[in-house]
Ligand binder design. Structure first.
Ligand code: SDX
Length: 423
């Protein structure tokens, strides 16, 4: 076992160095505080590993992303989303029989309890679907309590199957249309699309081009190791809170504009640039000016310091999809121009800021007819199997403990209470 020597005051401590299957190395500081009284400090956790995981591997320098060792490019090309859900949660691609029974289970749990439907009556018309989704997923815990391991397995299927129904119902509520129930003859993607876009007077016509684009988007978002929302799911799950409430917390974290909420902000930014006469340079310069408070949404990443492989796939997929659907979307050309200018500007090059998964995804959601405020919901639908896989891994980890970081206190030192008459 290799080790690192740390000299603190007048003592030297040896800390084990651990190495992962892809050669990543860490200094294991598990014993640091007990042996030295010191902790480490790393706001934003940019240098801190929270766990060992065998689910997803990212190499930020080389733009590598693999689910359970399989490159994202191969999964994007060949897999169904339910195969990827199975791969992430069970650890290997399913056999024909395994995926058939998995899909059957998902199909027969897609409906939500009729009593849950009434919850939607209470939301205002303009409720943001992410707020609806986070609360409805939390509410699932009141219908399906988690009292045993068996409940956990059933609740994993229930959540995978029902979250797309809750998402579609949230959309229907926002447009004042009747809810469309799931139909067992459809695949995961087809069922979601028909619940979103069918109306009683007109069944939804399944278009394989649209269904395949949705498949791709869901797969590309399915997991991404210890990002903000996944770390939130793990944090909440570490207290032994149930699956639904842990995932609801993940949905809440994802909503932030620095994280999954960026995909909605990207399209809002692109349409603002379009309305401003396509003045890209002005917005690139604003992004470089710290005082502007403006960021180029969809750009930059904590881990990818080269291209985000998902952005590359989405960029070419958006071209192909718009051509197939005969759509010319000005947002796509603005996005490409913006990328071109930014990637040749020192500010972005020095800071290694490249388009991330959120930069092009909105172009495809638009082409599928999905409204802007539903984009982060789509991100959550894709990320769900990853959240579940990570939550399960946390629960099953040897010596799993509640997550409880420390701090360095910088407030007032000891002082007494002063009665109000003397303040
Ligand atoms: C996702 O972690 C994951 O894996 C997330 C995700 C997933 O799949 O789960 O990949 C999904 O969340 C993608 C990111 C979506 N967010 C955005 O597109 C929002 C815009 N991006 C930034 O807010 C930012 O790049 C982050 C949040 C993505 C990363 O933030 P970091 O790692 O804390 O980087 P930073 O803010 O410290 O930036 C470093 C420098 C700073 O400048 P200096 O202080 O060095 O001068 O780069 C600048 C930043 O000001 N910078 C940007 C910028 N992003 C970073 N400047 C302008 N526009 C930007 N978009």
């Amino acid at each position: 076992m290799k080790s690192a020597k740390l000299i603190l005051d007048n003592q030297t401590i040896e800390l084990p160095i651990i190495e992962g299957s892809e050669g990543e190395r860490a200094v294991d500081i598990t014993k640091l505080r007990n042996n030295t009284g010191f902790i480490t400090l790393d706001p934003g956790y940019g240098n801190t590993g929270s766990c060992e995981s065998s689910i997803t591997f990212i190499d930020g320098e080389k733009g590598i992303l693999r689910y359970r060792g399989i490159p994202i490019e191969q999964l994007a090309e060949n897999a169904t989303f339910s195969e990827v859900m199975y791969l992430l949660i069970k650890g290997a691609l399913p056999t024909k029989n395994e995926i058939t029974s998995f899909n059957n289970e998902l199909t027969y749990h897609t409906m939500i309890h009729e009593d849950m439907k009434r919850f939607f009556d209470g939301y205002p018309m303009n409720a943001h679907p992410m707020g609806v989704l986070a609360s409805m997923v939390a509410a699932l815990s009141t219908f399906y309590p988690e009292n045993s391991e068996g409940d956990v397995d059933n609740n994993i299927i229930r959540l995978l199957a029902k979250m797309k129904t809750l998402a579609a119902f949230a959309y229907k509520k926002s447009v004042g249309q009747p809810f469309m129930y799931p139909k067992n003859k459809y695949s995961f993607e087809e069922n979601f699309l028909q619940m979103m876009f069918a109306v009683p007077s007109e069944p939804y016509e399944i278009d394989p081009v649209v269904t395949d684009a949705l498949r791709l988007l869901l797969i590309l978002h399915a997991d991404h190791e210890q990002n903000c929302s996944t770390s939130t799911v793990r944090m909440v799950g570490s207290s032994l809170a149930n699956l639904f409430i842990s995932v609801s917390a993940g949905i809440s974290a994802l909503w932030g504009p620095l994280h999954g909420g960026a995909n909605q902000r990207v399209i809002e930014m692109l349409s603002k640039i379009e309305k401003d006469g396509g003045n890209y340079k002005k917005y690139v310069n604003m992004a470089k000016d710290k005082n502007s408070g403006f960021k180029l949404m969809g750009f930059g990443h904590r881990v990818y310091k080269n291209f985000d492989p998902r952005a590359k796939i989405l960029k070419s997929a958006s071209d192909r999809l718009l051509n197939k659907l005969g759509i010319s979307d000005p947002m796509l050309s603005i996005a490409k121009e913006l990328e071109e200018i930014a990637l040749n500007d020192d500010f972005f090059v020095e800071r290694k800021l490249y388009p991330n998964v959120d930069f092009y995804s909105g172009i495809i959601y638009r082409a599928l007819g999905i409204p802007t405020r539903m984009y982060t919901v789509m991100f959550a639908l894709g990320r769900l199997p990853g959240w579940i896989a990570q939550w399960m891994e946390l629960r099953q980890a040897k010596g799993a403990r509640i997550s409880r970081p420390r701090q360095i206190y910088t407030g007032s030192t000891l002082r007494g209470f002063v009665p109000i008459s003397e303040r």
